[in-house]
Design a protein around this ligand. Structure first.
Ligand SMILES: [Zn+2]
Length: 540
C-alpha cells in the first residue's frame, strides 16, 4: 500500500460543462483536461434544483439537500411575499465539510467558495462574490504578505459588458483569474491538508456568450477561448506541482444551456387569477448605473452592507426583483422599466425567486407563513393541487407541446427540517424553455437566446488513488462532502445526503479498502428535527 498523508485538492470551475470541455479537450485546445480525462475518472455531476450558485455551493459544502439547509435561491422570503433577504452562511444550520476538517485538526485553505462569508473557520479563507462588505481576505495580514492580493477582485467590471465592450469585459475576467491564480500559487506553497480553489470566469463568460462558445465557431485566438486555455494552464500548474500522493477532485456547480423560449410564470399566475397586481403602473426611463456609482450611493445613503453581486447582477435578477424594489427606497437608483407590482393583499400564488434555469418555484401565499397571506390552511392543498393540475396541462401556444416536464410538491423534492420556506410547487420546464419571473403582459416569448444554468455540471478526479480513464455515472453535488471526509478518514455525519464515491478509487487504494464510517446524530436532535419538519409541512 502506498504512503498516505490524506491531503486533497478540490478545484471548482463555476458553471463548467462537458459540452464545451470534452470536445475542446479532444481537440487539444485544453491539454490539461485531455490528460485528466484520459488518466482520471470523469462524469456528469447533477446539481441542486434549482441549479443556481445558492443552493448549489451550500449543498456542495454540506452534502445536504436544500430541505435541510433552508436555502432555495440567493434570496429567501421572510414574512411577506415582497420581503426577501439575501442568504448568507449564517443562515445555514449545518456544518460544512471544511468545518469538520478544521475541528479534526486539518489545515484548510479555501479560495473563492460562494457562501464562505463570513468564514466559519480560523484558517486561510478568501471569500467569494457573495461577500457582504469590503473584507474578503482572512486573515487580513495576507494582503501585506502576498503583493498580488492588492489587485484581487471578486467580480468583473460588468459595466463594460452593459456598455457593449464585450472584449474588454472578457479581458477583465481574464485579469481577475490571472490575479486569483497568482495569489493561489503563493497560498499553495503554505501548509495545508485541504486546498480548495474556485475559478468563476467560466460562469461569467458563459452567461454572456454561451451560445457563441457552444456553436464551435470561435478560433483559438479569440479572447474567450484564451480564457479557457489560461484556466486549463492554471489547473495544469496545480496538477504538476501537487505532491505525487495528493489526489485532486474537480467539479462545477451546474452546467449551461442555450434556451430559446421563455415562460413568464408570474404572467401565467396573473392570467389564471392567482396573482393580482397593483393598479398603478410606474414607468421610468432605463439608465445604466456603474458599479462605482452604486457603491458610492450605498456608502452615502445606507449603513447595511450588501453583497456586491446583487448590485452587479440586478439586471440578471430582473429589475423588478423585490429586493431591488426595496433597495430603491434607500439608494437613488434610477434604472427602471414598466414596473408592475403584485398586490400582496389579493395574491394567492407568486414566484418570487429567479432560478436562472428551466426550474421554477411557486410560493402559495398562505396565512401561516406570511403576515400578509391570503390562503387559509384548509385551502392550501386544494389550491396547490389546482395549480399543479393546470401546469401539467400547459401547452406551448405554437407547437402544442406540453411545456412542464416534471412537477413536485416541495416535500416530494426536498426533505428536512428547513422545508418551511421552500417554494410549495417546483417544476421543470421542457428543454427549450427558460423561466421568466418578471411580471410582464405576456406569458410566452420565443425567438430568444438565453445563456443560463442547466442541471448537469462536471465531475472529475485524478491522482494516485484514482482509476484511470473511467467514466462514472450518477454523481451528485451532495456526494462531494462525504467523499472528501472519507478521504481524510473522518466519520461522515449521518444526515449528509450524499454518498462516498467509492467507485472512483483504484481497487488497491486505501480509500477503496477502508470502510465508510458514519457519525451518529443525537437521538434528541433527531426528534427535535422531525417535529420542526412536520410543523413546516403544516402537519402538526
Ligand atoms: Zn455557478
Amino acid at each position: 500500500m502506498r504512503e498516505h498523508n490524506n491531503k486533497l485538492i478540490v478545484i471548482g470551475l463555476d458553471g463548467a460543462t462537458w459540452d464545451l470541455i470534452k470536445p475542446w479537450a479532444e481537440q487539444r485546445r485544453l491539454p490539461t483536461f485531455k490528460k485528466l480525462i484520459e488518466n482520471g475518472v470523469w462524469g456528469e455531476l447533477e446539481s441542486t434544483i434549482p441549479p443556481v450558485t445558492i443552493p448549489a455551493w451550500i449543498s456542495f459544502a454540506t452534502g445536504k439537500n436544500p430541505g435541510k439547509l433552508g436555502c432555495y435561491d440567493f434570496l429567501l422570503p421572510t414574512k411577506s411575499l415582497d420581503d426577501v433577504k439575501p442568504i448568507t452562511i449564517k443562515d445555514i444550520p449545518s456544518k460544512t465539510f471544511y468545518e469538520i476538517l478544521y475541528e479534526n485538526g486539518k489545515k484548510c485553505i479555501i479560495i473563492n467558495l460562494p457562501g464562505s462569508y463570513p468564514p466559519r473557520i480560523r484558517e486561510t479563507v478568501i471569500t467569494s462574490f457573495l461577500t457582504q462588505g469590503d473584507n474578503f481576505i482572512f486573515p487580513s495580514e495576507l494582503v501585506n504578505e502576498i503583493q498580488e492580493f492588492k489587485n484581487y477582485r471578486l467580480v468583473p467590471n460588468r459595466s463594460l459588458y452593459v456598455k457593449g465592450k464585450i472584449i474588454d469585459y472578457v479581458n477583465d475576467i481574464r485579469e481577475i483569474e490571472r490575479i486569483r491564480f497568482e495569489c493561489a500559487k503563493k497560498l499553495f506553497k503554505k501548509e495545508w491538508d485541504l486546498f480548495f480553489l474556485l475559478f468563476s470566469g467560466t460562469d461569467w463568460i458563459q452567461h454572456v456568450m454561451y451560445d457563441k462558445l457552444i456553436s464551435g465557431a470561435m478560433g483559438d485566438n479569440m479572447v474567450p477561448i484564451k480564457l479557457y486555455k489560461e484556466i486549463d494552464k492554471y489547473i495544469g500548474w496545480f496538477v504538476d506541482n501537487a505532491p505525487s500522493n495528493v489526489n485532486i477532485l474537480f467539479m462545477s456547480d451546474h452546467g449551461f444551456k442555450v434556451y430559446e423560449k421563455k415562460f413568464f410564470v408570474n404572467g401565467w399566475l396573473k392570467r389564471e387569477g392567482y396573482l393580482k397586481v397593483e393598479d398603478r403602473t410606474k414607468t421610468r426611463t432605463p439608465r445604466h448605473i456603474s458599479e462605482k456609482e452604486t457603491q458610492r450611493a450605498i456608502s452615502k445613503r445606507i449603513k447595511i452592507k450588501l453583497p456586491v453581486f446583487l448590485l452587479n447582477y440586478l439586471k440578471l435578477l430582473g429589475w423588478m426583483h423585490p429586493l431591488y424594489m426595496k433597495l430603491k427606497k434607500v439608494i437613488p437608483l434610477e434604472v427602471q422599466m414598466d414596473v408592475i407590482q403584485p398586490k400582496a393583499s389579493e395574491t394567492v400564488a407568486y414566484a418570487l425567486t429567479h432560478s436562472g434555469s428551466n426550474f421554477v418555484g411557486i410560493y402559495i401565499h398562505d396565512k401561516k407563513r406570511f403576515n400578509d397571506g391570503n390562503v387559509e390552511l384548509e385551502d392550501y392543498e386544494n389550491i396547490r393541487a389546482e395549480i399543479i393540475y393546470k401546469l401539467k396541462k400547459l401547452k406551448d401556444p405554437k407547437t402544442g407541446e406540453k411545456i412542464v416536464k416534471k412537477i413536485w410538491r416541495k416535500e416530494e423534492l426536498y426533505f428536512g427540517d428547513e422545508l418551511g420556506m421552500a417554494p410549495d410547487i417546483i417544476f421543470k420546464l421542457s428543454d427549450e424553455y427558460h423561466m421568466g419571473r418578471l411580471l410582464v403582459g405576456e406569458v410566452f416569448r420565443d425567438n430568444m437566446i438565453i445563456s443560463n444554468h442547466a442541471l448537469h455540471g462536471i465531475f472529475l478526479a485524478y491522482g494516485q488513488d484514482i482509476k484511470k480513464g473511467v467514466e462514472v455515472e450518477g454523481v451528485t453535488i451532495y456526494d462531494l462532502a462525504p467523499t472528501i471526509l472519507h478521504i481524510f478518514g473522518i466519520p461522515i455525519p449521518k444526515d449528509m445526503d450524499g454518498r462516498v464515491l467509492k467507485e472512483i478509487f483504484k481497487e488497491d487504494s486505501e480509500y477503496s479498502d477502508r470502510e465508510v464510517v458514519y457519525q451518529e446524530i443525537d437521538e434528541k436532535d433527531r426528534t427535535r428535527r422531525k417535529i420542526r419538519e412536520l410543523r413546516s409541512l403544516n402537519r402538526i
